[in-house]
Design a protein around this ligand. Structure first.
Ligand code: ADP
Length: 194
């Protein structure tokens, strides 16, 4: 079983992945993982993002995808094959939503990711960029907050468009309380286990 959380920073992905992991690991063998990873390629991606270097948007998505390809082969597929539940924070839909919002071709992005396994369940935590940003500490907020909010609005629109077309994707209202969201997620996961 492969479960993915998607959404912009501050939407609550980490919180919900942790709560779901805690719940499921009492009954099942689970792993919790995230992208970008801690591999060399993942660290390169994080380094570029942290320094906000002026990188071509297609190039950064190629790097995210390279990190993902290695992660899928080395961690996700082996864990699923061992019967574990894999809970992952960010996957292909992140590349699509952020890449398309930055002007990269949807077809090209989809092609790059076409060989990777589809998740059994995707949770898109939908939230207003203003709310998400206000939850993050100042260290995570860029100085160009206005530009950032405009871009995140585009990302959110892409996420919603993609989620409505995707199989097994559930759009979760991220403005509810952590506990309410957790309950909703557990209900959906348990229905899938039957
Ligand atoms: P992400 O992993 O998507 O960036 P986090 O789970 O790290 O988001 O959450 C960002 C911040 O918002 C954290 O301080 C977290 O405690 C808080 N938070 C998460 N979910 C909610 C919620 N439903 N309501 C209010 N605050 C939340």
């Amino acid at each position: 079983m492969f479960i993915v959380f998607e959404g912009i920073d501050g939407s609550g992905k980490t919180t919900q992945a942790d709560m779901l992991y805690e719940y499921l690991s009492e009954k099942y063998r689970c792993i919790k993982t995230k992208e970008p990873t801690n591999s060399k390629i993942g660290r390169l991606v994080k380094d570029i993002l942290n320094k906000s270097q002026n990188v071509d948007p297609a190039t950064i998505q190629l790097l995210f995808t390279a990190d993902r390809a290695q992660h899928v082969e080395k961690e996700i597929i082996p864990a699923v094959n061992e019967g574990k539940i894999v809970i992952e924070d960010r996957y292909i839909m992140s590349t699509l939503a952020y890449g398309i919002a930055a002007g990269v071709s949807e077809k090209g992005l989809k092609m790059m990711n076409s060989q990777m396994p589809a998740p059994n369940i995707i949770f898109l935590i939908n939230i207003k960029p203003e709310t998400a940003m206000s939850r993050l500490n100042t260290a995570r907020i860029h100085l160009d907050a206005f530009e950032k909010i405009e871009f995140l609005k585009k990302v959110t629109r892409e996420y919603m468009r993609l989620a409505k077309k995707a199989k097994n994707c559930f759009i979760i209202d991220g403005s509810k309380s952590k506990e309410e969201i957790n309950k909703e997620i557990i209900r959906i996961v348990e229905a899938h286990m039957k």
